[in-house]
Design a binder for this molecule. Structure first.
Ligand code: NAI
Length: 268
């Protein structure tokens, strides 16, 4: 049985992923702001560095998998936080854990993106540039300025929707670019993206009640007529983390009840 790091392990999809892995007999090192094996703020350099060094110590330098699930949603009031938590958290964490993943000989990584990276028409190309250049300060500054300049109606409903969709877009692009580099691919470390749609978690509810949700009144199409639950995502994360999943890297899998297909049926 393997040893896996799961970020965001205290809630929602991260908690479901940790549960599925433990039920399969694996050792899970959970990381979160609270209620986890390692408590750390992955939105800061200090938090990421502390989390990486403690995780490396706990796994003795050898890791079978990482599920980078921790993230925030578009109702987060500060676009700078969205930048740091949704993009630089997984990227820096994975850079730090790569040697341990390579040491296992069959490392598996899943990052959680979002179908918003293909369904929300608010991708900020300049922000993508700062993110992929690895410039956290410039990205935070740009995202905050763009947030301030957004129309009042957007700021009132989803204050950081553009930063949210853009960080998830850039994360998927980073994953596809990174997965095929020799440092990852030729060391047997596979890197894939699971891009959820609307999944009922505290993040999606943003303080609302699950019983008030109506799939047919949702702003994006929900062809299956149901929302996802955290286990629907954990199932696919688990598949990508299995050693048998040995011929897929750089893939982006939408797990969204058909939203992306309904909005972009001819995208393939
Ligand atoms: P959640 O709010 O239930 O869980 C997110 C976890 O991340 C929480 O336990 C939280 O404490 C942790 N986290 C947040 N900021 C952190 C930080 N600075 N340091 C360490 N941990 C931190 O949300 P959910 O829905 O399970 O989200 C999981 C991932 O799925 C996120 O990356 C989110 O952006 C993404 N996502 C969620 C969708 C949804 O509809 N729920 C849709 C598409 C993507």
């Amino acid at each position: 049985m393997g040893t896996h790091v799961v970020t965001g392990a205290a809630s929602g999809m991260g908690a479901a992923t940790a549960r599925v892995l433990r039920e399969a007999g694996h050792t899970v090192i959970g990381i979160d702001l609270r209620d986890a094996d390692i408590t750390a703020d992955l939105g800061t350099d200090e938090g990421r560095e502390a989390a990486v060094s403690e995780a490396l110590e706990r796994c003795a330098g050898r890791l079978d998998g990482v599920a980078a699930v921790a993230g925030v949603g578009p109702s987060m009031p500060d676009a700078g936080t969205v930048v740091s938590v949704n993009y630089f958290n997984p990227v820096r964490l994975l850079e730090g854990l790569l040697p341990a993943l390579a040491a296992s000989g069959a490392g598996r990584v899943v990052v959680i993106g979002s179908n918003s990276s293909t369904t929300v028409p608010m991708i900020d190309d300049q922000l993508v540039g700062h993110l992929l250049a690895g410039d956290e300060e410039a990205a935070r500054e740009h995202a905050r300025a763009a947030q301030d300049a957004a129309p009042a109606a957007v700021r009132a409903t989803s204050p950081t929707i553009s930063a949210y969709a853009t960080t998830k877009f850039a994360l998927a692009r980073w994953a596809r670019r990174t997965a095929v580099t020799p440092e990852w691919a030729r060391r047997g470390v596979l890197l894939n993206v699971v891009a959820p749609g609307a999944v009922v978690t505290p993040l999606m509810l943003a303080g609302g009640r699950p019983e008030d949700l109506d799939a047919d009144a949702f702003p994006t199409p929900m062809p299956l007529g149901v929302f996802g639950n955290p286990e629907d995502i954990a199932f696919w994360v688990h598949q990508f983390l299995r050693p048998e999943a040995r011929f897929t890297t750089g893939a982006v899998l939408c797990v969204d009840g058909g939203t992306d297909a309904a909005m972009r049926p001819d995208a393939q």
